[in-house]
Design a protein around this ligand. Structure first.
Ligand SMILES: Cc1cc2nc3c(=O)[nH]c(=O)nc-3n(C[C@H](O)[C@H](O)[C@H](O)COP(=O)(O)OP(=O)(O)OC[C@H]3O[C@@H](n4cnc5c(N)ncnc54)[C@H](O)[C@@H]3O)c2cc1C
Length: 503
C-alpha cells in the first residue's frame, strides 16, 4: 500500500473529512506523486497549485490537482467522487493550453483538477483507413511526426505544436483545415457514475468498418463536446488525405477596403477556389506574419495535384490583381528564398500541410513568449465570436474593434477564420504586459467586447472561465438550455463534473 506523505492529510488543507477520505483513496489510485494539494488556501489573488495563467484570471480555490496515467485510473478517480458526498467537483484538462480562456483553471472554486497530460498514448492508428485513437495528452507535434511522409495528415491549429489534439477538439477549436470537431469520430468517456463508455465510431479488430461518427439513433459524440457530462479519456480522430501539392497565397489590403476585399475573398471561397480555412489578419495580428504596418493580411490556401495548385493559384492571383483591391499579392514567398517573408511563408505552408512547427516560432512571435512560459510571463486574452462571412459583417467587426480601442485604449488583434463561405470564426486577442493596471484594462476590454459583439448578433462559440454565464444569456428561449440542464441532472445528479463550464 502507498504511504501518503504528511501533507496529503495535513489538517487545514482539507477540512472536509469526506473529501480527505476521497483524496486519500485517489492517492492510492494514482500514487502520491500524482496528487498535489494546495500548500495553502489562496486568497483569490495568489496563484494556487496550478500556477499563474496567461489570462490573469483569478486563481480558483482548489482542493487538489490529480494526475492519472490511464483511463482505468481516471475511471476509478471519478468513481471515488460519484456519490457526491464531498463538495468537491472535477474539472478536466488535457495539455492545459487553453490560453486566453483560462488555461488550466476551472470555472468555479472548490474543484479537484484532473490533469490528463499523463494519458499520452497513441493507442492505435490506421493511416490507410484514415484514423487514430488518441489519448488527451497526445500533442499535435507528436501525431504529425507519426504521419510524416504518409498519405495522411493532421488538421493542425495555429496554437503551440505541444497542445493536445483531443483537448482542443473538445472545446471546438479551429484547425487550418476546418473546425476540429469535424475530425472527432468517437469518444471514450468516463461518466459521472464512474462507468466507462464509448460513443461514435471505434475500430473493430478484424472488421474494417467505415469511419462514420453518427451511428444509428441520436448522434452522441457532440453531447460530450463543450460538455460537463463526462471526462474524455480517448478519442478516435480522422486523419485527412494529404494533398500532393499546396500553396498559400499572401494578400495585403488596407483597413479602408475591409468590406470589399473580404467580399472578394468570400467569392473565391464560395466558388471552391480555396481549400482549408482562409485566414484574414487585421493590422495588429498581421505584424507577426511580417506584414507591412497598417495593412490587413490574408492567407488563401490552394492544394491538390501540382497542376491543380498551379492553375488555382494562377486564377486567384489574377482575380486579386484585376480586382484592384489588394496592395500586394504573392504566391511565391515560400518557394523563393530571397522573398522577404520566406521563412514565415514556409512555416505557414507547412502548417496547412499538417506539419506544426515544433519550435513554435510563429506562436512565440504572436505571444512574445515560449509556450512553456506563457502562463507565467504572458498577458493574453481571447474573445471568440462568430460573424457571418459577408463584407459588411466583417467591416462591422473591424469597426467594433476600433470602437473598443477608442474607448479602452486597447489595441486588439483580430483573425477572421473563414470556416466556410458563410461563417467566420473571429478571434479577437489582447496581449498586455503583466501588470495589475494593464490586466484590469484588458479584462475591461474583454467585457466590452462581449457587450458590443453580442448586441450585434456576433455571438461567441467558446467562453472563457469568467463569462460562463453567457451560455444562458446568449441562448434564446428555445428550451435548449433547459433540455441541457435536464440531461445534466439525469447523467450527473450530484453535479460532480465541471459545474459552470458551458452548463
Ligand atoms: C498564439 C495562440 C494561437 C492559438 N491558435 C489557436 C487555433 O488556431 N485554434 C484554436 O482552436 N485555438 C488556438 N489557440 C487557443 C488554445 O491554445 C488552443 O485551443 C489549445 O489547443 C487548447 O489547449 P489544449 O489543447 O491543451 O486543451 P485543454 O486546455 O487541455 O482543454 C481545453 C478545454 O477542453 C475541456 N477538456 C479538455 N480535455 C478534456 C477531457 N479530457 N475531458 C473533458 N473535457 C476536457 C476543458 O474544458 C478544457 O478547459 C491559440 C492560442 C494562442 C495563445
Amino acid at each position: 500500500m502507498t504511504v501518503l506523505p504528511a501533507e496529503a492529510t495535513r489538517p487545514g488543507t482539507c477540512a472536509d473529512p469526506d473529501l480527505a477520505a476521497v483524496l486519500d483513496r485517489v492517492a492510492r489510485i494514482v500514487g502520491t506523486d500524482g496528487v498535489t494539494l494546495p500548500a495553502e488556501e489562496t486568497n483569490g489573488t495568489e496563484a494556487g497549485p496550478l500556477g499563474p495563467n496567461a489570462g490573469t484570471y483569478r486563481s480558483r480555490r482548489l482542493h487538489a490537482v490529480v494526475r492519472p496515467r490511464t483511463a482505468e485510473e481516471v475511471r476509478r478517480v471519478v468513481e471515488s467522487f460519484a456519490d457526491g458526498r464531498t463538495a468537491a467537483r472535477l474539472h478536466t484538462h488535457s495539455t492545459g493550453g487553453n490560453w486566453g480562456l483560462g488555461s488550466r483553471e476551472p470555472a468555479q472554486d472548490g474543484a479537484v483538477v484532473l490533469d490528463l497530460r499523463g494519458l499520452d498514448r497513441v493507442r492505435d492508428i490506421d493511416v490507410a483507413a484514415g484514423w487514430a485513437v488518441l489519448e488527451p495528452g497526445v500533442t499535435q507535434a507528436r501525431l504529425a511526426r507519426l504521419l510524416r511522409g504518409t498519405e495522411r495528415m493532421l488538421n493542425v491549429t495555429a496554437s503551440s505544436a505541444h497542445t493536445s489534439v483531443v483537448g482542443n477538439a473538445l472545446d471546438r477549436g479551429v484547425g487550418l483545415r476546418h473546425q476540429r470537431v469535424e475530425d472527432l469520430t468517437g469518444l471514450e468517456i468516463v461518466l459521472p457514475n464512474g462507468e466507462l463508455i464509448r460513443v461514435g465510431w471505434w475500430p473493430e479488430p478484424g472488421r474494417p468498418t467505415p469511419v462514420y461518427t453518427h451511428g444509428l439513433g441520436p448522434s452522441l459524440v457532440q453531447l460530450f463536446v463543450q460538455s460537463s457530462l463526462g471526462v474524455v479519456t480517448a478519442a478516435t480522430v480522422r486523419l485527412l488525405p494529404r494533398p500532393d501539392a499546396l500553396r498559400v497565397i499572401r494578400l495585403n489590403f488596407g483597413p479602408d477596403t475591409v468590406e470589399s476585399a473580404t467580399a472578394e475573398i468570400r467569392r473565391w471561397v464560395s466558388q471552391g477556389l480555396t481549400r482549408g480555412v482562409v485566414k484574414i489578419y487585421n493590422e495588429a495580428a498581421a505584424k507577426a506574419y511580417g506584414s507591412p504596418p497598417g495593412q490587413y493580411l490574408a492567407h488563401v490556401c490552394v492544394d491538390g495535384t501540382p497542376e491543380a495548385v498551379d492553375a488555382l493559384s494562377g486564377i486567384v492571383t489574377v482575380e486579386a490583381v484585376t480586382s484592384g483591391l489588394f496592395s500586394a499579392v504573392s504566391d511565391t514567398d515560400a518557394g523563393d528564398p530571397a522573398a522577404d517573408n520566406h521563412d514565415i511563408a514556409v512555416r505557414v505552408e507547412r502548417a496547412y500541410a499538417g506539419d506544426p512547427d515544433p519550435t513554435d516560432t510563429l506562436f512565440e512571435a504572436k505571444t512574445g513568449h515560449p509556450a512553456a512560459r506563457l502562463d507565467e510571463e504572458g498577458g493574453f486574452l481571447f474573445f471568440l465570436p462568430l460573424v457571418p462571412f459577408t463584407g459588411p459583417a466583417l467591416a462591422r467587426a473591424h469597426h467594433l474593434i476600433e470602437q473598443v480601442r477608442a474607448e479602452t485604449g486597447t489595441r486588439c488583434g483580430a483573425t477572421f477564420n473563414a470556416l466556410d463561405a458563410d461563417l467566420v470564426d473571429c478571434v479577437v486577442t489582447m496581449r498586455f504586459p503583466r501588470t495589475e493596471t494593464e490586466a484590469d484594462r484588458a479584462h475591461r476590454t474583454l467585457d466590452r467586447l462581449y457587450e458590443l459583439f453580442t448586441a450585434e448578433g456576433f455571438l461567441p462559440y467558446r467562453l472563457d472561465i469568467e463569462h460562463t454565464e453567457w451560455a444562458d444569456r446568449l441562448t434564446p428561449g428555445t428550451g435548449a438550455r433547459d433540455f441541457a440542464r435536464f440531461l445534466k441532472t439525469a447523467v450527473d445528479p450530484h453535479r460532480i463534473i465541471a459545474p459552470g463550464r458551458y452548463a
